[in-house]
Design a protein around this ligand. Structure first.
Ligand code: SF4
Ligand code: SF4
Length: 416
C-alpha cells in the first residue's frame, strides 16, 4: 500500500474516533466473556469469529497509528501496520459480523463490536475494497433521491396496480384512494420496501384503522448503513426526512426493515415527527381498539424471531408479543429473554450480498436453526425483510419445517 493511500485511510479512521469508539478501542480486558456470544463462533468455533478477535484487528491498527507507543516504537506492543494484508483481515472480520450486538450484551464493558466493525467498513470503502454490490445499491438509492421526477410517474403507476388488492382485502374504509401518495396534511408517512408484500398488508391495516396516512416515494432500506458509508447513509435517510418535513406529517412509520428503523430512530431524533416501526403502530391500533383481530385461526404453534436491529438495538420487544397474543394462544418463545435471542445470521448487508454469502450465512447460523426447531413451532413470525429472507433460506437448508411469515401480513390476514 502506498503512503498516500495509507494516509487517506488513516484520515478516515480518525474521523470515526469519537469518544465511544476510543473507549471501546482502549478498553478490552480479554476476559473472553464474549467468546460464546457470537452466533458465528457458536456455529463455527474458529478464533477469527470471536467478537474480541475481530475488534482486535482494528484495535491494533489504532494502537499503531493513534497512540504514542505505537507511533514511536512500531515494533513494540500489539500494533499492526495498515497494509493490503490488514485490509483483507478487516474484510473477513467486518463481513462475517452481522452487527447484531449480542456480544455487547455479554461484555462487562459493553464494548460495541458493531461500532468497531464500522471503522473496518469505512477503511474498506476508502480502499475501494468494500462489496461492490452494496455500494451500487446505495448509489441507486441516492440517485433516486436526487432525481425523483424521473421515478415519480412510474412509481405512481405501479402503486395504482396494487390498489385493487387493497380494496379486495379491506373494502369499507379504503375510500377513493386505497394507497394515498404524496398527501400533504397526512398524519402518518409510511415508508415501505419495494414490493407488494411490504405495501398491500400495511395499506389494508391503515385503512381498517381509519388512519390519515400517505405512502413514501422512497424505499426504507438503507444500503449506506449496510456498507458502512456515513455520507450515503445520511443522504439515503435525508430523502425520507425531507419528504416528511415537506408533507408536515406527525409520524414516520418504517416498514418491516430493522436497519431502516434503527437508522431513522437514531438519526432523526430532533425532527418534528415521531419515528415508529410498523409493529409498534399495529400494537397501538389493537390497544386502542382501532382494529380487531380474529384469534386462533393460525394452525400450530407460533414462534417469533426478534430482528436484532428492531429488538436488541431498537427496543421493540413487547409489541410483537402483544400482537402475537392477540392472534394466538399457542405462542412459544425461542429464548427466555428476547435481548439474548440469536441473530438470524443475515444482517450487516450479508443478505443483500445474495448468493455470494449464502454458504457462510447457512453455516454461521446453525444455532438459530436449532433454536427455531426446539420451539416445535409451525409458524415462524418475524418483522424484518432481511431476517425473513435469511430465515426462509435457513428453513430450506436445515429443513426446519416452518412457515416463515411477516408479522404485518399476519395482522392484515386476521382483521375482523
Ligand atoms: S455484533 Fe453480532 S455478529 Fe458481530 S461479533 Fe458481535 S455477536 Fe458476532
Ligand atoms: S467480553 Fe468485552 S472485555 Fe471481554 S474479551 Fe469480549 S470484548 Fe473484550
Amino acid at each position: 500500500m502506498d503512503d498516500t493511500t495509507r494516509d487517506e485511510l488513516l484520515r478516515l479512521f480518525e474521523s470515526k474516533l469519537k469518544r465511544a469508539a476510543k473507549l471501546y478501542l482502549e478498553t478490552c480486558s480479554r476476559c473472553g466473556v464474549c467468546v460464546s456470544a457470537c452466533h458465528v463462533y457458536a456455529s463455527m468455533p474458529q478464533a477469527k469469529y470471536i467478537a474480541a478477535y475481530r475488534a482486535e484487528i482494528v484495535r491494533r491498527i489504532y494502537k499503531r497509528y493513534f497512540t504514542k507507543k505505537g507511533r514511536f516504537w512500531k515494533s513494540l506492543g500489539e500494533s499492526k501496520e495498515l497494509s493490503e494484508l490488514a485490509l483483507s483481515e478487516l474484510y473477513e472480520a467486518a463481513y462475517s459480523c452481522t452487527g447484531c450486538r449480542r456480544c455487547m450484551v455479554f461484555c462487562p464493558f459493553g464494548i460495541d463490536t458493531q461500532l468497531i466493525m464500522s471503522i473496518a467498513k469505512l477503511l474498506l470503502i476508502g480502499a475501494h475494497a468494500e462489496p461492490e454490490i452494496l455500494s451500487l445499491l446505495a448509489d441507486t438509492s441516492v440517485a433516486k433521491g436526487e432525481s425523483l421526477e424521473i421515478f415519480r410517474e412510474g412509481f405512481l403507476e405501479s402503486i395504482k396496480t396494487l390498489e385493487n388488492e387493497v380494496v379486495e382485502r379491506w373494502r369499507v374504509e379504503a375510500g377513493q384512494t386505497p394507497i394515498p401518495v404524496d398527501q400533504k396534511g397526512a398524519d402518518l408517512l409510511y415508508v415501505a420496501l419495494a414490493g407488494a408484500h411490504s405495501i398491500v398488508p400495511a395499506a389494508v391495516v391503515f385503512n381498517a384503522a381509519k388512519e390519515n396516512w400517505t405512502l413514501s416515494f422512497f424505499e426504507a432500506v438503507n444500503f449506506g448503513a449496510f456498507v458502512g458509508d456515513p455520507v450515503k447513509t445520511r443522504q439515503i435517510l435525508d430523502r425520507i426526512v425531507n419528504e416528511a418535513r415537506r408533507l408536515g406529517v406527525k409520524e414516520v412509520v418504517i416498514c418491516e426493515c430493522g436497519t431502516a428503523f434503527r437508522v431513522m430512530k437514531s438519526m432523526a431524533k430532533n425532527e418534528p415527527f415521531k419515528v415508529s416501526s410498523i409493529t409498534e403502530v399495529h400494537a397501538r391500533y389493537i390497544r386502542e381498539g382501532r382494529i380487531k383481530l380474529r384469534k386462533n385461526t393460525l394452525e400450530g404453534t407460533v414462534t417469533y424471531h426478534d430482528p436484532c436491529q428492531l429488538a436488541r438495538n431498537g427496543g421493540v420487544m413487547d409489541e410483537p408479543r402483544f400482537i402475537l397474543r392477540a392472534l394466538t394462544d399457542d405462542f412459544a418463545e425461542m429464548s427466555p429473554d428476547p435481548v439474548m435471542n440469536w441473530c438470524c445470521g443475515g444482517g450487516g448487508g450479508l443478505v443483500a450480498m445474495g448468493e455470494d454469502t449464502l454458504d457462510f450465512r447457512m453455516k454461521s447460523a446453525s444455532v438459530k436453526a436449532d433454536q427455531v426447531k426446539k420451539t416445535g413451532a409451525k409458524i415462524l413470525a418475524t418483522a424484518c425483510e432481511n431476517c425473513h429472507t435469511q430465515l426462509s433460506n435457513l428453513n430450506d437448508h436445515y429443513q426446519m419445517g416452518v412457515d416463515v411469515r411477516f408479522l404485518s401480513s399476519m395482522v392484515a390476514d386476521a382483521l375482523e
